[in-house]
Design a protein around this ligand. Structure first.
Ligand code: AMP
Ligand code: ZN
Length: 146
């Protein structure tokens, strides 16, 4: 995608502070870090949201996130991290090339847990939750664990 800033980074046309690269995945420092070590992990191929990512490079993307997260924490001496995707514009995604944020966290840094991302939490009773679980399990189909 010619007009995608992250594709331009993959192609070497825009500079980035690359911290990891393999055949399918690139990781680089966020240009506007929320914390020291804030890193973005992307598939090299252009896909806008998670549902559009094929199994490969999806598996490679997760493997890189899994491997990088503790290494980033070690590198910046963090106490933990928030790892997540803004998946779609409604969720705050601004760059339309799927990317995981790894945000190192430090005791007393004044930040919030991932629970802080939602607007007004819904008021759901047990019946609502049962129905939601059924709907999602049906939608997940063959992908639900045995
Ligand atoms: P999101 O809202 O999840 O799409 O976040 C996009 C992230 O990409 C933001 O945290 C930006 O700071 C970051 N970003 C945008 N352009 C660049 C760039 N050229 N190099 C590194 N990070 C970038
Ligand atoms: Zn792209």
């Amino acid at each position: 995608m010619d007009d995608c800033i992250f594709c331009q980074i993959v192609d070497g046309d825009v500079p980035a502070r690359v911290v990891y690269e393999d055949e399918d995945v690139l990781a680089f420092l966020d240009a506007n870090p929320l914390a020291a070590g804030h890193t973005l992990v992307i598939p090299k191929s252009h896909h806008e949201t998670l549902d559009e990512v094929p199994p490969e490079p999806g598996a490679s993307l997760f493997a890189a996130i899994h491997s990088l997260t503790p290494r980033i924490e070690d590198a910046v001496d963090a106490d933990g991290s928030n790892v997540g995707f803004n998946n779609g514009a409604a969720a705050g995604q601004e760059v339309p090339h799927v990317h995981a944020h790894i945000v190192p966290r430090f005791e007393g840094d004044g930040g919030n847990p991932i629970h802080a991302v939602a607007g007004s939490p819904p008021d759901l009773d047990d019946d609502d939750l049962d129905a939601l679980a059924d709907d999602i399990a049906a939608a997940a189909g063959d992908h639900t664990p045995d």
